[in-house]
Design a protein around this ligand. Structure first.
Ligand code: SF4
Length: 417
């Protein structure tokens, strides 16, 4: 039985905000996670599981200052400053996997948060209003890929009386903007170091170590990417898509470097055991509460060989100069700037991974991805990659028409054969 299922079985009926603040709860969860019965698919997953359990436990038990972040907030900046990064968007995905998201989304609706807003944020707002999230000491939001985090974090900053820093990613090509962002990152790092009690020199050493560890993770991630381009690679996107949490929240830690090292090693060891079949690219994220799409893909001999959010988008950084390096990493992301950047990036990925087809999951309320989906579809089709757009919701299963999705997906996969 999966770890989440075991936790649900033991705790679901008596789940309360106090549960997450109890040492006994975390001891039980850690025991279940380390049990030989809980065998993750990949050795690397054990490293990321242990890291996130420890970080989440420490955030709830407030063992260090807690900093709330969104998807593109560099975890290196937070870890290097001696704080715990906490990603409430990931908490929303976990709530969805546990079948709890509708309850929190309904709570956000009671506060009149608009129903056409992203359900990741409606869910995390509901969780926060009910007291289910660890209190932040500071909130750090990047204004890309969307406005959701700066807006909901502003509300939550007031709720928790915690300061909010918004990192404005510069438009591509604006070197001045990179300098400004580096300055803003330095300001945020000093505020975080003030909370963790690190002096300037300790903070700079911490950041330098975090950047060095992030570079190590990047080297191994590039190896993983090269192996995934092969026909016989055994890593399927149904497992790899969850690695978005590692890419967002683990870089700058020893666990992040170990995760990608182990994954690369295991892929080399497992060697040529992958089956030939349809090679598919996945765009945006998946519904976290359902496995049906992956079962259908498997039935048709199709594999996800690359996903939009799980690969490296930056170059190695300079540990002696962390702020400009991290500013370049953030500013160079393909989701920063005009939609055409995202589209040309997706076309390049499709070519590199030699995909037979591509699927865009249109998450309800996500302007940045749904808005550019028709552009992406047009560009991919012109590049010879048949593309399917599926409407749904990553978090709220009430907005997911399973039968309709299955019919369209089956027809699409048949057309690729
Ligand atoms: S799903 Fe879209 S709208 Fe929601 S947080 Fe992510 S990028 Fe923003």
């Amino acid at each position: 039985m999966e770890l989440l299922e075991q936790i649900k079985e033991r705790y679901l009926d008596r789940l309360s905000p106090a549960t997450f603040r109890s040492r006994l709860f975390w001891k039980t969860v850690e025991g279940l996670a380390l049990s030989p019965l809980n065998r993750p698919q990949w050795k690397a997953d054990r490293v990321s599981l242990a890291y996130f359990l420890r970080a989440t436990r420490d955030a709830y038990l407030h063992r260090a200052p807690v900093v709330w972040c969104n998807l593109l907030t560099p975890s290196e900046l937070v870890l290097g400053s001696g704080c715990i990064p906490f990603y409430p968007e990931m908490a929303a995905a976990v709530a969805a996997s546990a079948g709890l998201a509708p309850r929190f989304i309904d709570r956000a609706a009671e506060e009149e948060f608009p129903s056409d807003a992203c359900s990741y944020h409606r869910c995390l707002l509901g969780c926060a209003l009910e007291g289910f999230l660890p209190e932040p000491d500071l909130l750090l939001a990047v204004n890309y890929p969307c406005d959701s985090a700066p807006l909901s974090f502003a509300f939550l900053g007031d709720l928790y009386r915690a300061p909010l820093f918004v990192l404005e990613a510069p438009l591509p090509g604006r070197e001045r903007g990179v300098e400004e962002l580096a300055g803003r990152m330095a300001e945020a790092a000093r505020a975080m170091a003030g909370l963790s009690g690190r002096r300037e020199r300790e903070m700079m050493e911490g950041l330098s170590t975090a950047v060095e560890l992030s570079n190590r993770a990047l080297r191994h991630l590039r190896e993983v990417e090269e192996m995934r381009k092969r026909d016989d690679c055994t890593l399927d996107g149904k497992d790899a898509m969850g690695n978005v949490s590692v890419l967002a929240g683990c870089l700058g830690s020893q666990a992040g470097a170990d995760f990608y090292r182990l994954l690369a090693e295991e892929l080399r060891e497992r060697g040529c055991r992958g089956k030939n079949g349809l090679r598919i690219m996945w765009m945006h994220l998946k519904p976290w509460y359902s496995q049906t799409i992956f079962q259908i893909l498997e039935k048709h001999g199709a594999r996800l060989v690359c996903e939009e959010y799980t690969h490296a988008t930056w170059e190695a950084m300079d540990p002696r100069d962390p702020f400009p390096s991290l500013a370049r990493k953030l500013g160079g992301h393909f989701l920063v700037g005009a939609a055409e950047r995202r589209v040309s990036h997706l076309v390049r990925l499709a070519r590199e991974y030699r995909v037979d087809g591509a699927i865009h999951y249109n998450h309800w309320g996500c302007r940045q991805s749904c808005g550019s989906a028709p552009l992406a579809k047009g560009a991919l089709q012109r590049a010879g990659v048949p593309t399917l757009i599926i409407d749904g919701d990553c978090i709220d299963d009430r907005e997911y028409q399973e039968g309709q999705v299955a019919t369209r997906l089956e027809a699409f996969l048949e057309s690729l054969k």
